[in-house]
Design a protein around this ligand. Structure first.
Ligand SMILES: *Cc1c(COP(=O)(O)O)cnc(C)c1O
Length: 357
């Protein structure tokens, strides 16, 4: 069986070496030595000045909305994983959708201003598939209307835009280290921001609001990464170059061999150094997608319909129509993409797709 992704597992001895440190320290969570080491290593690897590791990629979004959302209307993208929209509703804010760009698939920055009302407090946009939003235009709009910017950068591990980590953009940016993402800690995630005040609020928010054992800055939740999760991260991180190399090879194979007279791929924004995190293809019709999906499934190959349905159609999303997002969501699929996907399997996948188009 070939799935859309396959989690990279480091050599078990290397994971066990990290676990031995935990046994020696007899310390399993509450920002122990391994979490702190992972944060230091990630800062260096990603070239960011701050990072707060958390227990998944959803909690940092919730915390960002708690810190910046102020129960207001949040301008957001309908084309993302469901967590982007669910967290807005979960944090008692209101999602206000703005349709996406048909080629970049990120929020269409030219349509944002029309959606702003006196209740708007923030923009929450996703760098979907690791493709950067138009960060300059969004920053200018936010400045003009005094809005905060949150980026769901769950797909953006290692992506740079104009030579700068994509995590450095926006007031707060978040990442996921879920097992399906290119760098993982099993479950895990992180929050990035360059503002000292937001950093402090985010930090205490992920640890019950603690200032010390007996003092509290304010309200908080438990968003801490455990030492066991950090052990996985410390074991995976040294393999990032191999992971990226393997993925780059797969992407190059698809680029070279798929029949693009009948398919489209997404357009990467200029000045982006990408991370090969997903391989989405867009069919002419949903029927064409379903036909290819069926053929692949019959050969035990399971691409995923990332991202379907368009998030404006969820039952808690209101009834805003998003024609471009709805159309793309119905026609897009992500192909298997992972480090060790071999040439025999790639050949079969491409053959089944091209033959059934
Ligand atoms: C994976 C993902 C999340 C959620 O991350 P978890 O670590 O699974 O909580 C949020 N947003 C997007 C776009 C994602 O792909």
């Amino acid at each position: 069986m070939i799935n859309v992704t396959k989690t990279f597992l480091p050599p078990i001895e290397e994971y066990q070496q990290q676990l031995q440190r935990i046994w020696k320290n007899e310390w399993l969570t509450n920002r122990g030595a391994l979490v702190q080491e992972l944060e230091a290593n990630l800062k260096q690897y990603l070239n960011v000045s701050t990072i707060i590791c958390m227990n998944n990629g959803t909690i940092p979004l919730q915390i960002a909305l708690k810190v910046l959302g102020n129960n207001g209307e949040i301008i957001t993208t309908p084309f993302s994983y469901v967590a982007s929209t669910a967290t807005i509703a979960w944090e008692h804010c209101t999602p206000v959708f703005v349709d996406i760009h048909p080629e970049y698939l990120t929020i269409d920055e030219t349509k944002i201003e029309a959606a702003i009302t006196p209740k708007t407090t923030a923009i929450l946009a996703t760098h979907v598939f690791g493709n950067p939003c138009h960060v300059e235009a969004i920053e200018a709009i936010a400045k003009k209307h005094q809005l905060k910017v949150i980026y769901d950068a769950a797909h953006c591990f290692g992506v740079t835009y104009k030579g700068n980590s994509l995590f450095n953009y926006g007031d707060i940016s978040t990442c996921s280290f879920h097992a399906t993402k290119i760098f993982h800690t099993g479950e895990g995630g992180a929050l990035f921001c360059n503002d000292k005040n937001y950093e402090l609020q985010s930090f205490y928010s992920h640890n019950f609001g603690h200032k010390s054992a007996t003092e509290f800055y304010g309200m908080g939740i438990n968003g801490k990464l455990s030492e066991l999760q950090a052990a996985m991260g410390l074991s995976v991180l040294p393999y990032m170059h191999k992971i990226l190399k393997g993925r780059k090879r797969v992407v190059a194979y698809y680029n070279k061999n798929l029949d693009f007279s009948k398919l489209e791929k997404i357009k990467l924004r200029a000045d982006t150094s990408w991370n090969y995190s997903y391989y989405p293809i867009i069919f002419k019709t949903e029927a064409a997608l379903l036909k290819v999906q069926k053929a692949l499934n019959e050969s035990q190959i399971f691409p995923r319909r990332y991202f379907y349905p368009s998030l404006n159609t969820l039952n808690y999303s209101g009834k805003q129509k998003m024609p471009i997002s709805e159309s793309i969501a119905a026609r897009i699929v992500c192909l298997p993409l992972f480090k060790n996907l071999n040439e025999t399997d790639l050949k079969l996948i491409v053959k089944l797709i091209n033959k059934n188009l």
